[in-house]
Design a protein around this ligand. Sequence first.
Ligand code: GAP
Length: 495
Amino acid sequence: MAKTGGGSDAQLMDKLVSLCKRRGFVFQSSEIYGGLNGAWDYGPLGVELLRNVKNSWWNEMTYRSNIEGIDAAILMHPRTWEASGHVENFTDPMVDCRQCKARYRVDVLFDEVSLKKKKEVLRVLYPGTYDGQQKDEFILAEFGRIGEENPAPILIALTCPSCGNKGTFTEARKFNLMFKTFVGPVEDSSAVVYLRPETAQGIFVNFLNVQSASRQKLPFGIAQIGKAFRNEINTKNFLFRTREFEQMEMQFFVKPGTDVEWFEYWREQRFNWFLKLGMPRERLRWHRHEPGKLAHYAKDAYDIEFAFPFGWGEIEGIHNRTDFDLSRHEQFSSKSMKYFDDDTKEKFTPFIIETSAGASRSFMAFLVNAYAEEDAPTAEGTTETRVVMKFHPKLAPMKAAVFPLVNRDGMPELAHKIEETLRPHMRVFYDDSGAVGRRYRRQDEIGTPYCITVDSQTLQDSTVTIRDRDSMVQERIAGDRILSYLNDKIFTVGL
Ligand code: GAP
């Protein structure tokens, strides 16, 4: 019986973070020095899982006739970020506490204020308008609106969550989230470059290079996977909001007027990718950006959200970016970014439909989705709780484990032979220590979909047992069928 989580949502996150460290999925960055906030290291199993997520995305997106891949540099000409709007707009309003120096993003600070306090603040600040009797939703919406338009009076009325002093916040200031560094030996303003905050711009500036090199015609797309960096004020929730992360982005260039149709097409494609990799429909939902809250470049935008233990959170954005990006790069570089249509002899600036997923955020969503605690039978006829990571077999870091039932009678030799046969094709783990039940549990905990056991019958007829991680059912199959059995089960299922 599945208990998925077994405890509160906060406990589930704690269990996941601890499993990730213990079994080698994710470690805190530079842990021996106390760690660095907002940065994480992927361990031996994590790197496999992350790679499998990225490979699945890459194959899904680029194994099409109308999508090309690129790998652009992280450092780009600083004008790129003026053209993109990041220098001007990629900011969060931020305040400091004058007393204890704690720093907060204004919207996050306001979110944490209790409803009771929000009512009180509005009543004191605007006595004629808010009497404390209005509906909670109304108060929340009004507090949000006023907080965005004019945060100053609210800030004066709040206490600092860190030191408890009232009215100690500075005025809200714009804080740019791009990491700055310098090229060359001179650290002055002419040498400033930024670590890219998104991979998208590397695609936009290469639009015509890729188009002419690949001889693609519109509509076509360019895909890229790569690191992005944001100096987030509040990193939180493990891998959800980090300062260094990976994105999987695809920009699809279309003729203006066909953008709405392609937008719908890519929305469906991207949602289905998560479903095909085992995400249940009910753990995913769409969030449409309200017209007033669209990013400066977007005509329409939807997020795919996943039900994390701490609430719904965006894992991918699908945006209709119009001709904003190419027009801006044309304006800032003085180079034409227009497309010439050979068939119609028209010249125009394409519209762009963007699919922008976080590799690390998707990784975390797949981890959360996989975690389950279940009752499982023991050899003694009782039950015990097993932790099992139910990854889609394609994503599982280890595809199979091979065990000799006992370490004698030639079983280890036969098991090693099977291991060697499988190794060139997939990640395999050999384990000969402890009772076989314990070995199954260790593999369940890292999500290995199949365990192969060599037993005394193998010595007589060359058959082995293969145990399915999810059903725990064992089948006996001929030793020479193992590879084709695993290939069928792992690489063709679901996709
Ligand atoms: N090019 C558009 C763009 O970057 P975004 O919504 O800012 O759009 C896209 O980011 C995706 O990148 C998000 O859906 C999320 O999965 C991931 N992402 C963004 N910021 C992140 C962060 N600080 N940590 C981890 N992932 C992040």
